[in-house]
Design a binder for this molecule. Structure first.
Ligand code: PLP
Length: 393
């Protein structure tokens, strides 16, 4: 086993390392300031104030008013809450439009609704993972309640034209929701300047803690909460607040906003260099979604003649963390639904890996990781060629 401090962590779309400044900000709320924010005494008011500071910081990161931020247990809950709410507003509008490449927190919800008889349209993508806005427009009907579309894909990093689709949906009187879990902290977002009605985010994707997220709810739209049982979050999400989580998310948002563009330039440079090294040294390596507008940190790479699980295992032994397709898929025999939707051949599907960079990565790590990947792929190809020859004799 490689020691933790020697790992090369290239799986930042799965989760990110919590920033030490975030931990420091959270600690007093796990120790001294344990009051319930709903209580009436001064001790609890301090906790309430800290929550409101966190709300302001999160709002600043996505460019909205603090009152439009509803804290949730994460991106999954925020996505579910937005879609559920839209379906409760108008009994005549019960159709949902989404895409085939959504994260499972949207996809599984939509698939379950379809199985229960609801009308759901799943729009496909091109070989680059792009969406055709015309197809979304055609899918929207008089009975459509909501269009739900991710801002950035967690597997390929491909960015969807959400602002354009939000305009179109809004113009047709349809709610527009975006799962921006992978975009927040990586692309500048001024949600108030768009026609987006709901936007989901998650702290652990931008160096905050796990189990805390938020839903932006445009102040002009009707919202029906999914979780009932209390008047927390201005009656939009019941349940005693995850205080330390909220404080941590606020700090992480503040840090992310400070150097967003500068950091993304540095990360893009590392990612591009990494992709160049693999493409140059490994025959048959190809970058999925390379020609699309992509996040700066994600490299989805397909290799021929190898299986990604074998690469993952050998890289793991050398202390390199990455994933096959998406992290949620590790160990699943199905393969990536995103890469399948892009029409990758069976061979490329089987040999695809995702590397995702973050602010704690360095250029030397990128060089080391690339040379180990080059070695591992060569070794596996040699082994499978050997196996083919012995099978033939
Ligand atoms: N949406 C996307 C695009 C994601 O990548 C993830 C997490 O992997 C989620 C939603 C779920 O967020 P959370 O882990 O906070 O529930």
């Amino acid at each position: 086993m490689v020691r933790e401090d020697q790992l090369i962590y290239l799986d930042n779309n799965a989760t990110t390392r919590v920033d030490p400044a975030v931990v420091e900000e959270m600690l007093p709320f796990l120790t001294d300031y344990y009051g319930n924010p709903s209580s009436g005494y001064g001790f609890a008011a301090k906790v309430r104030e800290a929550i409101e500071t966190a709300r302001e910081r999160v709002a600043a990161l996505v460019g909205c008013a603090p009152g439009e931020i509803v804290f949730t247990s994460g991106g999954t809950e925020a996505n579910n809450a937005a879609i559920n709410s839209a379906l409760q507003i108008d009994a005549k509008r019960q159709h949902v439009v989404t895409t085939v490449v959504e994260h499972s927190s949207v996809l599984k919800q939509c698939q379950a609704m379809k199985e229960r008889g609801r009308d759901v349209t799943f729009v496909g993508v091109s070989s680059q993972g792009d969406i055709d806005p015309g197809e979304i427009e055609n899918a929207i009907g008089d009975n459509t309640a909501i269009v739900s579309m991710m801002w950035a894909n967690n597997e390929t990093g491909v960015l969807f034209p959400v602002e354009k689709i939000a305009d179109m949906s809004h113009g047709k009187g349809v709610f527009f929701h975006t799962d921006a879990v992978q975009a927040v902290g990586k692309v500048p977002i001024r949600v108030s300047e768009t026609a987006i009605h709901f936007l989901a985010l998650s702290a652990h994707k931008f160096h905050g803690p796990k189990g805390i997220g938020a839903l932006y709810v445009n102040k002009r739209v009707k919202f029906r909460p999914s979780l009932l049982g209390g008047s927390h979050e201005n009656s939009r999400r019941a349940g005693t607040e995850n205080v330390a989580g909220i404080i941590g998310m606020g700090k992480a948002a503040e840090i992310a906003a400070e150097k967003l563009e500068e950091e993304q330039v540095r990360i893009r440079r590392m990612r591009d260099h990494f992709e160049e090294l693999l493409e140059e040294k490994i025959g048959g390596a190809s970058i999925n979604g390379k020609d699309a507008n992509r996040l700066s940190n994600t490299a989805s790479v397909s290799f021929t003649g190898i299986e990604s699980d074998a690469v993952l295992m050998l890289l793991d032994r050398q202390g390199i963390c990455c994933s096959a397709g998406s992290a949620c898929k590790t160990g699943s025999p199905e393969g990536s639904h995103v890469l399948k939707a892009m029409g990758l051949s069976e061979e490329r599907l089987k040999g695809s890996l995702r590397f995702s960079f973050g602010k704690f990565n360095s250029e030397p790590e990128v060089e080391t990781a690339a040379s180990k990947i080059i070695e591992v792929v060569a070794k596996l190809r040699k082994m499978s060629a050997g196996a083919r020859i012995s099978a033939a004799v």
